[in-house]
Design a protein around this ligand. Sequence first.
Ligand code: FES
Ligand code: FE2
Length: 453
Amino acid sequence: MSGAATTFSGYERALVAADAAVDAELTQVGPGTPGGEYLRRFWHPVALSTEVKDLARAIRILGEDLVVFRDRSGRVGLLHRNCSHRRASLEFGIVAERGIRCCYHGWLYDVDGRILETPGEPATSTIKDNLRHGAYPAREYKGLVFAYLGPAAAIPPFPIYDTLDQPDDELVPYAIDYPCNWLQVNENPMDPFHSVFLHTRVTRAHFSPAWGALPIVAWHRMADDTGIVLTNTRRWNDYVWIRTAEWLAPNFAQPPDIYQDPDREKFFVRVAITKWHVPVDDTHCRILAWRHFSPSLDAGGRGNKGGVGLDKVDFIGQSGTERSYDEAQRLPGDYEAQVSQGPITVHALEQFGETDRGIALLRRMIREGIRVVKSGATPPRPALNADGLVPTNAGDVIFRVPRSNDDDALRRRLGDAVGRIVVESMALARAERQATVEHRVKELLAATVPGRG
Ligand code: FES
Ligand SMILES: [Fe+2]
């Protein structure tokens, strides 16, 4: 556009903005939309177990109004919210030994959508035999309720990730609502540069001052097309700190230790958070996640289990309810940066730089996934490791290496090498992988640092 580089161009820029549209393919989540169809090929967490008690709960997921409940025999159900009879909401239904009973005329629904009773109808009525109510498979796992909202014939296996089955690791579930489209929250983990600025230099250090060191970052598309792994390599005093982080399509991410300090050697300590960015509708989403508490994480003891749960997690700037507007302005966090982009951020109005390569790749992979599903094919699924779990790659490797004259080149080389070691070992069972990564990183160090090894 002419005049793009002139000053006082508010008028011209406003005209450009008025013309720009959201990317509907990437941001729509409702039934029948291309994005919604794609998202419906995966299991998603939909609630905390603690939210599903003796009363049914109205929730919205992927643009659908639903009700989640636990019947008196302990089974979790996820049904279309409005009764198949005359549309009363099942959030006012009464849970039964088996299923839930609509308050209005007593129709009883099983968790799979079968109609068990239509008590006001004559005994000869065949309504219940000929009609099914909308229902989705749901299951609870470690304090989260997961569901699959796609076609029943295409249901994928329920994925259990390697980081969810580690010794001495306590998983504390949490859920936080975001009043904005899922994609702008989902892409944040592939933007490690925001840690330097939002979390450190622009504000005060949310975590530790080392996060303000500018990293060398490389993003790698996984060979099986299931996601992205990045290496994020910082220099901090005598240490090189290599962080691998990941995003798995469509909406799963794992940040390593959020309270990491590069003050001692560590060989692939794993993640602080396992999370999903679940679309509620086009302009709302919900993070459903676990915080990990383990002796190998958070050596400084800054985490707080009590600060993790419904609408809260134990670091600053993560929800819209914890602070006043004023406080959020003085010390903004992820929530402010992501929600303030607007209900659905307009990609056409962004200006990408070198630091945004990961975001571009993530959007490209989601678009490819959407088109794969649109063509009638199945999106790629990760292979399992020797433990039968979905292997993941996020973690921290920290070691002492003297500063080099060309420290950027050194960091780039070490980051690439460690990234390769982590990814090449992902098929191994947990303990073997841990030993292999440590052994190979030490070999790398012996070859890099004179006198070491
Ligand atoms: S509206 Fe639910 S039973 Fe009639
Ligand atoms: Fe962040």
